[in-house]
Design a protein around this ligand. Structure first.
Ligand code: KG4
Ligand code: ZN
Length: 354
């Protein structure tokens, strides 16, 4: 069927995301975040996230259908993130999606969060066209390499077909990139979430002041871990640098530390992503995840893809961070591809593979 009306539910981390799409047309994208409640712990607390989803889900659904100007009975299907993510958080979304699907007697599609991030690009493609007419929406071009970087994941995907052929090339073997930003911000006594703070402080720093290590990026590492990421060594290296200054009673050059750290992360991310583009002969790179807000990452990504003749796609930030619209968009693609809906037996799977 063409252009199904789908409601997407995303609760894999700290964002309660409800999105509604018609095919590739975005009708609403409601996001409630429990970020503030996690701030004093310096990271997402799973129990708090799950509880916040319980509080936010129904208001978010109501807000989304009001914004989209639809009634729940108009929906063709419900799509929901069933993994990967935080178990308790996922369970809230999965339970709500099943309840809605049963109550409304609509099909349900359980989808993968990471693949959903790629689906966000579909909405970006139609967002500049009329909100009601999708006829000139540009389809996703295949294959594409996707680099997804957030507080919860750092993954490199080869997407040959959104619905049927997404391959995980590599991912972080320790911390996620956003997590590294949050931890380094903490070392510099900056508040959570750390990414925007590091970005701000780094603006006045010299990215070449300190040569921090680029995990898994040396030639010897590239053989065994060509598309994998590691940020814990980098974080430890920053911690050691800061401690040495403090022990010596010297001031910590926060701007230089932030700029040099950020430069290392950006270098690692793009070295791997461009290696994948080159290896697979793919002249397209799609970025997703909250870390894509990073100013330096955007700048260097633009420079390096330009130089390599690679088309760079960065959806608007509201579609890059976790959201329900991307999940709805993926659900709509599954329907249009003729995929069977999920049976109600599925559950939340915190380690769901791509
Ligand atoms: O996608 P997102 O909103 O939520 C999940 O992690 O699921 O990403 C949040 C992460 C946090 O770790 C935050 O510090 C990071 O993205 N972040 C940034 C920036 N803005 C947010 N990291 C680097 N630079 C930024 N400007
Ligand atoms: Zn995500």
């Amino acid at each position: 069927r063409t252009d199904p009306l789908v409601l997407g539910i995303e609760t894999s981390c700290d964002e309660t995301g409800i999105g509604i799409v018609r095919g590739t047309t975005l009708l609403s994208n409601t996001i409630a975040s429990s970020m503030d409640e996690h701030a004093r712990y310096g990271g997402v607390v799973p129990e708090i996230a799950a509880r916040a989803h319980l509080d936010e889900l129904v208001p978010a659904i109501n807000a989304a259908i009001a914004e989209a100007g639809i009634r729940l009975h108009d929906l063709d299907a419900i799509a929901v993130t069933c993994g990967p993510g935080l178990s308790g958080a996922l369970m809230v979304g999965v339970g709500a999606a099943k309840a809605l699907a049963v109550a409304l007697d609509k099909p349900i599609y359980a989808v993968n969060h990471l693949v959903g991030h790629v689906g966000a690009d579909l909405l970006h493609r139609s967002i500049h066209t009329s909100m009601t007419d999708t006829s000139d929406a540009v389809p996703l071009e295949y294959p594409t390499i996707a680099l997804l970087v957030s507080g919860g994941h750092t993954s490199l995907l080869l997407v040959r077909d959104l619905v049927s052929d997404v391959e995980l090339l590599g991912e972080t073997i320790d911390d996620a990139a956003g997590e590294a930003f949050d931890k380094v911000a903490r070392l510099l006594s900056l508040p959570y979430p750390g990414g925007p703070q590091i970005d701000r402080v780094a603006a006045d720093g010299n990215p070449k002041a300190i040569r921090f290590p680029r995990g898994l990026s040396q030639p010897k590492d590239m053989a065994a871990h060509r598309y994998d990421f590691s940020f814990s060594g980098l974080k430890t290296s920053v911690a050691r640098f800061v401690e040495q200054r403090q022990d010596a009673g010297e001031p910590v050059p926060a701007a230089d530390v932030a700029a040099s750290f950020r430069e290392a992360v950006v270098d690692i991310l793009l070295t791997k992503a461009l290696a994948a583009c080159a290896d697979y002969g793919v002249p397209r790179l799609l970025l997703g995840g909250g870390v894509i807000a990073n100013q330096r990452l955007r700048q260097v990504a633009t420079e390096r893809t330009d130089a390599a003749g690679i088309a760079l796609r960065i959806p608007p930030l509201s579609l890059c961070t976790d959201n329900g619209a991307m999940i709805a968009a993926l659900g709509a693609q599954l329907i249009m591809a003729g995929s069977e809906p999920s049976t109600l037996e599925f559950g939340a799977d915190s380690t769901l593979p791509v």
